[in-house]
Design a protein around this ligand. Structure first.
Ligand code: FES
Ligand SMILES: [Fe+2]
Length: 460
């Protein structure tokens, strides 16, 4: 594909103004027939039960229906653990990060006892957002914004700009003037709402419903054992860029996880390094998907020769504990439903997604490196190169994701067949089907055959 520029992509993603040009963004204008949620779920269960060799794509309505999106919000997103932040974004007491997800205005904050919490920004007085975007940072509020892109800032206390109630960093109400005549009013009962949260491997997760049956650590135990060598908790987010995406969250997730498209969308960028043909997916897990993207053999030789000369092949200094096969591949992960990240020999990339509707989501693409890398004298130049590379392949992904979403509104959309290289798409279908049954994949049926089972021993 001919490379497209970032301004071109951003223009194409802009909020629609022309109803004809952007008609594909409205589910009501779809040329596909309506499909009730129960029928859609029955179809997902049917195809999820097929062997990988027989697998097909989801019905178009799974990507366009408002009713189905509502089902996903209630039965998937609100019930699951969602990743909001990395601890390096709130390193000191009073550091915070604003994030809006599924209609919830949230605040990730490090309180005075050094605990990272997830609080609601909705004031318990009259419902005001205590830190609405663009308001309260003008000297009226004690909060100062450090990074508008990722919503990071610092404050000594939380102040609602409406009637100036103030809150401690843990959400307790600290002061509220002129409330002495409100009968029975007890300040201790009127803090900001708090959400169940957990920090795992340096990432901050929230469970909106508060009754997820497992902890993040339990769900991702297998992942954690593998990721220890990256010491993700000690990494720093050094690059973050926000994207307004006119496509369904599954379009992005499927694209992120399958590497079959290296051969097409990334033919100039990723395919020469990691040919689609050699990528593979591990056996089905209950809570996550793990894929391997090996560098091609000629590159392994190049790396060895380069390192023998004492030169650096990678963009950043390679992480010394990342050895063996991990040194020579990208590791790609999806923690169901939306925790997307990849690790390489020198960095990690994490994508935060905030679904907004069947055809829209907000995406934050980030890059993390070890703290020691940040101290390197050439770090700025390395970061410029690394971030440019990550944006280059992301633009290629944006272009195809937009075009795929348009396809789902067309009468020409056909239920496609999947390549064995697209096993993650089939696994995501099995995850959705399991959620429809109120279970998790692999817990209520035999594991599916792995795409390349013979390789799993080598990777363990
Ligand atoms: S709404 Fe927050 S102080 Fe009144
Ligand atoms: Fe891609």
């Amino acid at each position: 594909m001919t490379p497209v520029s970032e301004p071109e992509i951003r223009r194409a993603c802009a909020v629609p103004t022309d109803p004809i040009q952007y008609s594909h963004r409205s589910g009501t204008r779809s040329a596909q027939p309506e499909l009730p949620v129960d029928q859609l779920l029955a179809e997902i269960e049917r195809i999820a039960a097929l062997p990988l060799e027989d697998s097909v794509t989801l019905p178009a309505q799974a990507y366009t229906s408002h009713a189905f999106f509502d089902w996903e919000v209630e039965n998937v997103f609100r019930k699951e653990w969602l990743c909001l932040a990395h601890v390096s974004q709130v390193p000191a007491i009073g550091d915070f990060l604003n994030v809006d997800i599924l209609g919830e205005s949230l605040l990730v904050i490090r309180d005075k006892s050094n605990v990272v919490r997830v609080l609601s920004r909705v004031c318990p007085h009259r419902g005001m957002d205590i830190m609405p975007p663009g308001f309260g940072y003008d000297g009226h509020s004690p909060a100062e914004v450090r990074d508008g892109v990722s919503g990071c800032g610092h404050t000594r206390l939380l102040l609602c700009p409406y009637h100036s109630w103030t809150f401690e960093l843990d959400g307790r109400l600290k002061a509220c003037a002129e409330m002495q005549e409100a009968r029975g009013f007890n300040r201790d009962e009127w803090g900001l709402s708090t959400y169940r949260c957990e920090v795992w491997q340096g990432f901050v997760f929230v469970n909106l419903d508060g009754d997820a049956p497992h902890t993040v650590a339990e769900q991702y135990a297998g992942l954690g054992a593998h990721l220890d060598k990256w010491n993700l908790a000690d990494m720093e987010v050094v690059f973050a860029r926000e994207w307004d995406c006119p496509f369904n969250w599954k379009v992005l997730t499927e694209n992120f996880m399958e590497s079959y498209h290296h051969a097409g969308a990334h033919s100039q960028t990723l395919q020469p390094m990691m040919p689609a043909r050699d990528t593979w997916t591990e056996r089905e897990k209950s809570h996550y998907i793990r894929c391997h993207l090996p560098l091609k053999p000629a590159l392994r030789d190049q790396i060895a020769a380069c390192e023998a000369r004492g030169e650096r092949w990678d963009t950043f200094p390679p992480i010394p504990t990342v050895t063996g096969e991990d040194r020579y591949e990208w590791g790609l992960f999806l923690g169901y439903p939306s925790f997307k990240f990849l690790v390489t020999a020198d960095c990690a990339i994490w994508y935060r997604t905030q679904p907004l509707g069947p055809d829209r989501l907000k995406l934050l693409t980030t890059m993390l490196v070890p703290k020691s890398t940040v101290k390197h004298p050439d770090f700025d130049a390395m970061l410029e190169k690394g971030s440019a590379q990550s944006v280059a392949f992301h633009l290629e992904d944006m272009e195809v994701c937009m075009a795929v979403q348009r396809g789902y509104y067309s009468s020409g959309y056909q239920r496609g067949r999947l390549s064995h290289l697209e096993m993650p798409i089939w696994l995501i279908q099995r995850y959705l089907a399991a959620r429809a049954r109120g279970t998790w994949p692999g817990l209520d049926r035999e594991p599916a055959a792995s795409q390349r089972p013979e390789k799993e021993g080598a990777a363990a």
